[in-house]
Write a protein that binds this ligand. Sequence first.
Ligand SMILES: Nc1ncnc2c1ncn2[C@@H]1O[C@H](COP(=O)(O)OP(=O)(O)O)[C@@H](O)[C@H]1O
Ligand SMILES: [Mg+2]
Length: 385
Amino acid sequence: MASTTRRRNTRSSVKKRGGTEFYPHHLIGIGAHKEVFGVTSNIQAKSVVKPILTSEDREKMPIIIDESDSKNVVMVRPKNSLNSYDAGKFGEEMRLQSRFSELGLAPKVLKINTELKNHEGYTPYAYTYRCNFDICDYEFKAIQKGLKSLFNAVAAEGYIYTDIKQGNICILDEGGRRTKNNKFAFVDFDQDYVYHYKGFNVTNSGNEAYVDTEEIVSDIMEFIFIIIEMKFCGERLNCVFCKNLTDMAERLVELKDKYDNFRLNTYPMISENGNTIMELLGVDIPRVNPAEFLVAYLELDPYDYETTMVYQSVMETLNSVLNREIKTKSKSKSKSKSKSKTRSKSKSKSPSKTEKKYTPNPIDSPSAKEMTPSGALRYAWKMRK
Ligand SMILES: Nc1ncnc2c1ncn2[C@@H]1O[C@H](COP(=O)(O)OP(=O)(O)O)[C@@H](O)[C@H]1O
Ligand SMILES: [Mg+2]
């Protein structure tokens, strides 16, 4: 196995001007399209998990960084080799991330390579800073404000980020301090799902809306995040985050009610029979609008999208959550309930709770079939491409 490598032995790392050469090591994250690796300076380092890259592959993807930085750096690349057009799109995606990182809304991008090829096609890659987020480390209420600041900041930049879910969110590590006020950021700047909302027509009345487009866009993002994660609670998510389901449901109702207020001069957030702000009318939409996107995540068919589908599904989820909260109450009565709003409800255990004002038509709870975000995404993708 005598490697003919010119300048290193197995143990030593390669020092260069400006730092040490690092290479991708083992897989630390995976999504529908990309995989993410930690880094090592040892080109021969074995991977504890399934080795995806050979030493030869890895050697072609070096980055020079300071040794002390290496724990904070990751390599991101598409899972499959690409044609030159898609390799270019990966480059654009990373450049968009880079732009957002300057605003403190994404991890910094250190290097982008869209030239590398193998016999199958382009195998572009990028190095960025690492960040982490496990939604199960937090109660919803503990992160609600931090996330809202992220949504506000993205909207303030003129963008909407629609693929909002745990896997695309992370917490920037500000000098290793784990502060109470976590700084949330996005990873994954797929331009089909992150785009300008220029031209957004929030009203068809001809009157100015009484609420900023920015605020509306941020509210749409918040709505998407809550409804998706709330739906996951009780399916693939079963952890402390789901403790505040009532708060999530109430926040959704609040957002819904806000846009049902005709004096704001906007379309509603969700509607049984008309246009909604979630359709982003007037915007040049790359693939699917947020309402269609939600339809895919809610396991409905985005191809047959109708405004009613979102309405019914959201109502169904709200209803099942509120019912579940009420049912569980007798079991875990003594603790873990928020004092404020739930108390009055927990007192009355009458079945009339199923007929809350948000449930004109109670429907059976959602199917138990597991929904994965990447599955929904692939589905939406397939339907549209
Ligand atoms: N900078 C990062 N630091 C740590 N983990 C990351 C980072 N970027 C992405 N990941 C992890 O890798 C997964 C896939 O990355 P993502 O960019 O979302 O790709 P995809 O396009 O496949 O969804 C993410 O869900 C996340 O868990
Ligand atoms: Mg992703």
